[in-house]
Design a protein around this ligand. Sequence first.
Ligand code: T3D
Length: 263
Amino acid sequence: MADDYVLVKQEGAVCTLVLNRPQALNSFTKELHQALLLALNTAAQDARVRCVVITGAGRGFCAGQDLAEVTPAAHAAPTDLGQVVAGRYLPLMLRLRSMPVPVIAAVNGVAAGAGANLALGCDMVVAARSASFIQAFSKIGLLPDSGGTWLLPRLVGRAQALGLTLLGDKLPAQKAQEIGLIWQCVDDAALMSEVQSLALRLAVMPTQALVATRQVLDAAQHLDLAAALELEARTQQTLGFAHDYQEGVQAFFEKRAPVFTDR
Ligand code: T3D
């Protein structure tokens, strides 16, 4: 059952997805990929869901690709990693980045390889103080995938991106916050309560505007200023005709909390 690989917990408008292969630090097998993609697609289509949280079972967040799955037996032909990456990680990261609701990574332990980039591909990353991020690819003769080459320079600049990826050293969560790789590092015991508060806060905000903000921020990275300004104007036009904007302004003048419902 797909549910075994990803546990799904729905609490109000917050859907929490728990990667569930703790015996191998939640590293990705084909089955875990299928289960996570299915869970994300289901959450995307569920009108009740206004924020998704991804976390890991046990002491790790995700150790990237399960190396046992792709290591060839002594006489077998090597696995075609191009097919693995294009067939599994590519659709996963595109799904994550196009979710119609905000997505938070609650990084409860080590996040390595594709597991680190899964976390960094989320809209906000909150990590336990004992957690760490490892661009483990160079240690095994690979380059960062799952969006690492795209995400890292945008998050921390080329110098830090190259240092992290070439060396593949363990970056503690506190340091990850200091260099701007993640949003926040919190005490281990407070991780899930902090993430739940953040998720509840995002869930009552204007979802369409939050998602548009992510999309336009991403798109603007490869636009010149004039094109970015035009994209902002076009997107603002759409948002300006939506219910949430009318509600936000009305609530402001009526000095009450807005009730946002668009999704
Ligand atoms: O298909 C492709 O390969 C292309 C796609 C690539 C995407 C990628 O993600 S490439 C990067 C793959 N990941 C790694 O290289 C990380 C490998 N893991 C580690 O370096 C370490 O496990 C950690 C630094 C993440 C954690 O170290 P530590 O000391 O806290 O734990 P551990 O003892 O190494 O691991 C605990 C168990 O999980 C252990 O199993 P055991 O001995 O108790 O039965 C270990 O083998 C297992 N495990 C951890 N990571 C993986 C794994 N098993 C399979 N694959 C893993 N990636």
